[in-house]
Design a protein. Structure first.
Length: 343
């Protein structure tokens, strides 16, 4: 018998969790109970408040990677904009900081255990550093953030990356669960569930196998972006060295993110208008990625690992020994940066 554990957390999305629950339950009926599904939490049996008007659902067990054959992680239901405690990023971050992350990490190290996500569930795992280098999908609004965590975003309804299967938007819970049933129990069981639900699975499940599509010429939009990038690079080359030197020095900065404040030391040096920099956070030092001077602002990308794994895009300016700016990743609210030059 295959044991399926669907993991609930405070603020989870109802449809993300309950649509797959019904698929797996129906599959059990057609497969002579060859599959068992239960609702669990990282902490154990309890009532869990969803993010959909606080509707409460009872979880009857504890997430156990040693016993589960399939673990499904839903996304969150909350506010899309802003940086308050009820926004989706804040809900996912709170869930990431529970025992859920370490237990799913254990499951992903077990090749015979399949981890399935729906919608923002992949972001939850990615924010915890679990999907670096893995092919995955999430809700279309979170794809840029997914890529910023080091995962490899794939524009597909369902993405199969071995023992990791991810689904896109909210309704993809039906598709990803049906695909998992087909993969584990066979197409006839999955087809029987489709007939019962009067629903046909959408899209092709993407796998990194077979022939690669022939490369196409850049679209007009991409060509425009490339031209814009070249124009920026030319402008950088034409900048006066004195503009770059205004950023030189050691800076103590604070980045106020939606999930906490980061203390980061920046070290910036310029030579003939070319800028290099590094960021020091605790015992970790990271080089600036593609620093670019644009007008009176300096922009660069930076990989951070705390409090979550993200590639942040920075844009700052200076007035004397004072630095201000923003750091941003995808649709996440921009984080405010402030700092002082110390040398």
């Amino acid at each position: 018998m295959k044991n399926v554990q669907i993991v609930l957390f405070d603020g989870f999305d109802l449809l993300d969790a309950l649509a797959p629950y019904e698929v797996f339950y129906a599959a059990a009926m057609y497969a002579d109970n060859a599959i068992r599904v239960e609702l669990v939490t990282a902490e154990g049996a309890r009532m869990v408040a969803s993010g959909t008007n606080g509707l409460r659902i009872e979880a009857t067990g504890v997430l156990n990677p040693e016993q589960a054959d399939i673990i499904l992680v839903p996304g969150a239901s909350g506010q899309v904009e802003g940086d308050g405690p009820d926004t989706i990023p804040a809900i996912l971050n709170r869930a990431m900081q529970t025992g859920l992350t370490s237990k799913v990490e254990q499951a992903l190290r077990q090749p015979d255990t399949i981890v399935v996500t729906v919608c923002g569930g992949s972001l939850l795992l990615a924010m915890g550093g679990l999907l670096e280098g893995r092919m995955a999908v999430t809700h279309h609004m979170g794809m840029e953030v997914l890529g910023a965590t080091g995962a490899i975003p794939v524009q597909a309804r369902v993405v199969d990356d071995g023992n990791l299967i991810t689904g896109g938007g909210v309704t993809s819970g039906l598709d990803v669960a049906l695909y998992t049933v087909e993969r584990e129990l066979g197409p006839r069981i999955a087809h029987a569930v489709e007939q019962l639900f009067e629903y046909e699975r959408r899209g092709t499940a993407w796998r990194n196998t077979g022939m690669s599509p022939a490369k196409q010429a850049p679209s007009e939009e991409n060509a425009s972006i490339q031209e814009s990038d070249m124009a920026v690079q030319k402008e950088v080359i034409d900048q006066e060295p004195s503009q770059a030197s205004s950023f030189d020095g050691e800076w103590d900065t604070t980045i106020a993110t939606p999930v906490g404040k980061l203390q980061v030391r920046l070290s910036i040096a310029s030579n003939n208008g070319l800028i290099r920099g590094k960021a020091i956070q605790g015992d970790e030092t990271v080089e600036f990625i593609n620093p670019v001077l644009h007008g009176n602002k300096l922009a660069w990308s930076l990989r951070i690992t705390k409090p979550m794994r993200l590639n942040l895009r920075f844009e700052v300016e200076t007035v004397g020994n004072r630095m201000t700016g923003v750091a941003k990743a995808g649709i996440l609210p921009a984080s405010k940066l402030t700092g002082e030059r110390i040398s």
